[in-house]
Design a binder for this molecule. Sequence first.
Ligand SMILES: Nc1ncnc2c1ncn2[C@@H]1O[C@H](COP(=O)(O)OP(=O)(O)OP(=O)(O)O)[C@@H](O)[C@H]1O
Ligand SMILES: Nc1ccn([C@H]2C[C@H](O)[C@@H](COP(=O)(O)O)O2)c(=O)n1
Length: 418
Amino acid sequence: MAKRSMSLLGQWSSRVFSIDLDKRGALLNFALTEKPQQAPETFRNIQERCYSVLVCGDDRIQSARFYWGLEDLLRNELPAECELLPVSSYLPHVKDSLIRGYFLKDASECPSLTRRVLGALGLSEQVQVCSYLRGPDGGRWSQQLWSGSENQNMDVSKTCYVVPSEEANYHPSVLNMENSDVFYCRAEACKVLQESCDIIPESRAVLELVGKTDASRHSPDFPVVVIEGLDATGKTTLTESLREALGARLLRSPPQCLSPWRAVFDREPPLIRRAFYALGNYITAEQMGKEASQAPVIVDRYWHSTASYAIATAVSGPVSSLPPEGSPLFRWPPDLLQPSLVVLLTLDPQERKRRLEARGQGQTDEEQELDHNLLFRLRVEEAYRRVRGPACVVVDAGPSADKVLQQVLLLIKEHCRL
Ligand SMILES: Nc1ncnc2c1ncn2[C@@H]1O[C@H](COP(=O)(O)OP(=O)(O)OP(=O)(O)O)[C@@H](O)[C@H]1O
Ligand SMILES: Nc1ccn([C@H]2C[C@H](O)[C@@H](COP(=O)(O)O)O2)c(=O)n1
């Protein structure tokens, strides 16, 4: 088979497959072996016909966009009785070895429809389809790699057996975060937008706004204070009050000049969306450098937001799925201007909800996700606390707006020379 499968997927038998059983962190891990062996216990309870669809094209922009649309495509085309579970395939401890896709459990009456849809998908250079077959004893499962269309679908020489695999002590997504979800230098984020210019013309406009000078080593004359927090924790209220109290300049990230394109990039997959927000920080950093030569600067969101939302979205499940405290994934990009102080506003979830409802404005998809998904909210907040260089100072935003302002003014006095 000339298709990219083996070279791109590496040795099947070295790979671990990790199925996200409930999107809440319950991962079923299995590996493959050439000798018939018993499948993991959880596999043995599966009654449905099973398949996996992995996205493994060479072009990262196209693959990211393809994967982004794959869930909708499968849900639209497959019988409703097909359950879709996110699956990752990776080589343990090998950076950038992760391939994403879906694991399908087909309980429909019409197996031929499912096979037809998957057969058509399998023809694409970007997709690798496998079937999983239960052995006659019920305890063994084999995996067959599809070689193309439905009619010549099984490449029997590639039959492997499903065996239990040790649980990794990290979420598989952690392997691929750098330069896919989080960008630690401007050049890497620029590369993503350069590669997407043909399919997203707005990328050009964004790239034109990104400067080239490295302002990171320049130490501003006046303090630069960043205010961070989940939505509706009071960032806008506090930043406006700080501006007045300190006679400061107020900036935000992403900056105003990116507003015309933000909605476009919010519809894109993480690779492209996160590169856009990363570049927003560099544009804001240039503005910070200039403004802070004349007055104190207050910034509404910056690098902590970019890194925390990206990392918290890339993993699923509880806070323990995050990269550990001290992981290099929480480092500060060396070419990005560091603020003098970062304040993280935290709020009791009930009070945050009350304020959101009282405000009554629309929410972005990610903000809606925060509302619906307690685990996601916990991951974002914990990621905020783990980002370093500088680390954030946590302030309870529950008291009145004036009390919060007074507390932050005290912090600024302690941390910055005014
Ligand atoms: N300390 C406070 N006590 C009570 N209400 C507050 C306080 N701070 C802000 N609010 C109110 O809570 C709502 C959300 O505040 P605000 O818009 O400042 O939050 P935000 O963090 O900027 O939100 P977003 O990130 O979604 O823009 C507003 O209606 C605001 O008036
Ligand atoms: N510097 C930033 C600012 C924002 N984001 C992302 C994270 C959330 O998805 C969303 C929240 O922004 P808001 O709705 O409060 O304007 O934007 C980021 O990644 N980096």
